[in-house]
Design a protein around this ligand. Structure first.
Ligand code: OXD
Ligand code: MN
Length: 590
């Protein structure tokens, strides 16, 4: 590895001195290395090979039962000033955090291998790429990183001339949750994580680098690092358009990114491709539009609920080259989870490897698949474009059983930032804690923002001001229920019908019904051909009492930012509260 920059070598040497590993493995990213590391992982019992005929090059990993999701209460932003972390983050003074974690890291890799994982976020030839290096003693993490990012020699080729790289230090430690910490040092572009081997806690380029640390760099450099999918859609006879959509974890980003037109729309010529399913880096282009790249190179998707009915594209993506985590295992060596195409086979082992008796889910609700982007049959060619894709519309989506309509359009960028900045969603199994609790999750970034929320909203406004052709901003909610508790919208492929209205609005081809929450669609402006949606009117309706409560809650949330609340957000809050516009009754849509 002659090309390793000296600055990296010196940092790795210093870390190795502290960690005392038995050996250091510098990852080169080759296929031969992948095979060798997989063999090591199988030998150590970290990976179980799956059926090589039905699932070539697929493995199962079972995490510790107390390490199955992101742990937000153990995740810290360690800025020098507490107020810079803001009200949505746990803060820890950097020196104190480093002292505590250094004690845990010291000699923690005795007898183990330290993997040095150089990675690139974004296409390697993109001017917007970022280079980092993660150190880890987990072969599972090293193999996942190899899928999620561009790993190895490529990082030295893409290494910036100024020598700057993001430093990520990860160790399994003793995996005791009382000694688990995920710490971010935004002023040093550094993340340290110890005590967890799972997902976003351990695969640091994902949430720690591409979101928490990148959001701070983005603020300083005039761009946005967002928890967004990127989707290409082509309406019949039209041009390919690009949509970015922010949804909290486990609210259907992967499903929307991999959307397949339902037969009635496919026949008309609708097409859709994926650019990314979880993270987008967006920046104003020279043409006044907002351009986006996907910094990732793989999917870390939620397995339960994935089937040929809900996401046929995912099913065609994860039948090879996939690391499954915490799914159930059938006797024929195939993976299984709740919502799978097949009924639960006899002799199933649950996610902890115990014979399944049906009394609890066989797969963990946060079970995942890690698989390369290139496996996906609908990957957009533009996903590799170093300049990224131009965004026409931004969606903010959430899981809301009540209140929020199927789709609503913000009047302008400022109102869109207000809607996104006060987004709320019901919590899911992606993080530890209670599921189904409504919480405000600004821009779906609550767990991922690296600095003060008030400054972040101001930064969004500033980015908007730098765009002469900003995307239109919409809110969507696929999860609205009616008074009987039934879902009002079928979701999945039919969500393209909503995107049809969104694009029609971008082109000003249709009008809508004004409401307190912006413009709602008229029923006749949605393409409903071939759709059975008897409860649709309820999805298009704001109930006045609910809308009033929502307006008050959003206003209270934003005003809590006090002196760091941007004046434009304050004005939007006041406008929402005092807006005389009555919520549109159902009849107005008929
Ligand atoms: C994820 C998450 O894993 O948001 O993408 O939790
Ligand atoms: Mn995510």
């Amino acid at each position: 590895m002659s090309q390793v920059p000296e600055v990296v070598r010196a940092w790795v040497d210093a870390c190795a001195e502290m960690l005392s590993p038995e050996r250091v493995h510098w990852m080169d990213g080759s296929e031969a290395e992948r095979t060798a590391l997989e063999a090591t992982a199988v030998r150590e019992g970290v990976l179980i090979p799956l059926n090589p005929v039905t699932h070539p090059r697929c493995f199962l990993h079972r995490s510790r039962p107390d390490d199955t999701a992101r742990t937000e209460h153990l995740t810290f932003v360690c800025s020098h000033l507490k107020e810079d972390a803001g009200p949505t983050n746990h803060w820890w003074a950097p020196d104190d955090a480093k002292a505590r974690l250094t004690a845990l890291f010291r000699d923690s890799m005795r007898g183990r291998t330290l993997y040095v994982v150089p990675f690139v976020l974004g296409p390697e030839d993109s001017p917007f790429r970022k280079v980092g290096v993660q150190l880890t003693d987990s072969v599972y993490v090293a193999l996942n990183l190899r899928i999620m990012t561009r790993v190895g020699e490529v990082a030295w080729r893409a290494f910036p001339a100024d020598g700057h790289f993001t430093r990520c230090l990860h160790g399994l430690g003793d995996q005791d949750p009382s000694r688990r910490f995920i710490c971010h040092f935004p002023e040093e572009d550094t993340a340290w994580s110890i005590g967890s081997g799972y997902g976003g806690n351990a695969l640091l380029p994902k949430k720690s680098v591409a979101l928490r640390l990148a959001s701070v760099r983005a603020r300083d450099e005039g761009w946005l690092a967002e928890h967004m999918l990127l989707l290409a859609v082509q309406p019949p006879g039209g041009a390919v358009r690009y949509v970015a959509a922010a949804f909290p974890s486990q609210c259907g980003k992967t499903n929307l990114a991999m959307v397949t037109p339902p037969p009635a729309l496919a026949q008309k010529g609708w097409r859709a491709w994926i650019v990314g399913d979880d993270i987008a880096w967006l920046r104003p282009g020279g043409d006044g539009r907002l351009w986006a790249i996907n910094p990732e190179n793989g999917f870390f998707g939620v397995a339960p609920g994935t089937s040929s009915a809900t996401n046929p594209v995912a099913m065609a993506t994860i039948d090879r080259d996939t690391i499954y985590t915490n799914v159930a295992l059938a006797p024929d060596g195939t993976p299984w989870w709740e919502g799978h195409d097949r009924p639960a086979p006899e002799g199933l082992l649950d996610w902890q490897g115990r014979p399944w008796d049906g009394s609890s889910p066989a797969a963990h609700p946060n079970a995942r698949f890690t698989v390369p982007l290139t496996n996906c049959p609908t990957l957009a060619a533009a996903a590799r474009d170093p300049q990224g894709v131009p965004i026409d519309a931004i969606l903010f989506g959430a899981r809301r059983a009540t209140t929020m309509p199927l789709v609503h359009e913000a009047r302008d960028w400022a109102q869109g930032v207000f809607f996104g900045g006060t987004l709320a969603s019901e919590t899911t199994a992606a993080a530890t804690g209670k599921v189904g609790v409504l919480r405000r999750d600004p821009m779906a970034m609550l767990p991922f923002l690296g600095y003060h929320l008030g400054d972040y909203l101001q930064h969004w406004l500033d980015v908007g001001a730098a765009l002469s052709k900003p995307p239109r901003i919409f809110g969507v909610n696929w999860f609205r229920k009616d008074a009987s508790g039934a879902f009002t919208w079928p979701g999945f492929g039919d969500n393209l019908r909503v995107l049809g209205w969104v694009l029609d609005r971008c082109d000003r081809r249709v009008g809508g019904v004004p409401s307190r929450f912006g413009l709602l669609p008229r029923r006749e402006d949605l393409d409903l051909e071939g759709l059975d949606a008897p409860r649709l009117d309820a999805a298009l309706t704001l109930i006045p009492a609910e809308a009033e409560a929502e307006a008050k809650d959003r206003t209270a949330f934003i005003l809590e930012l006090a002196e760091r609340c941007p004046s434009t957000m304050r004005a939007e809050a006041e406008r929402l509260l005092t807006d005389a516009q009555a919520p549109a009754p159902t009849a107005a849509h008929a």
